[in-house]
Design a protein around this ligand. Structure first.
Ligand SMILES: [Zn+2]
Length: 92
């Protein structure tokens, strides 16, 4: 029996199709091409799983006034205000 390329049970095929690291090497100027860590766009050598946790556990967290959540809320409120202004214009 001849081996086919689309054999899903072939483990090398599964590994070759894994998402690749998007980092670019400073030395060669080329893409890294190593398999990316699950849930990350980079490989283990290029910063996957590194860094601090986001949110109030982050060491530079001060008061949360500029947190992602608060900024999102501010955006929504501003949109509502803008919509209200448009409605007022239509009434007047
Ligand atoms: Zn990499």
């Amino acid at each position: 029996m001849k081996k086919s390329d689309d054999n899903l049970m072939d483990p090398t095929k599964r590994l070759n199709d894994a998402p690749r690291c998007t980092a670019t090497a400073k030395s060669t100027g080329k893409r890294c091409r190593a398999p990316a860590v699950q849930g990350w766009s980079v490989c283990r050598m290029h910063g996957a799983r590194g860094g601090h946790a986001a949110g109030s556990n982050h060491p530079s967290w001060k008061h949360g006034e500029r947190s992602r959540e608060t900024e999102e809320m501010r955006k929504t409120i501003n949109e509502l205000i803008r919509a209200d202004r448009e409605l007022q214009k239509m009434i007047d």
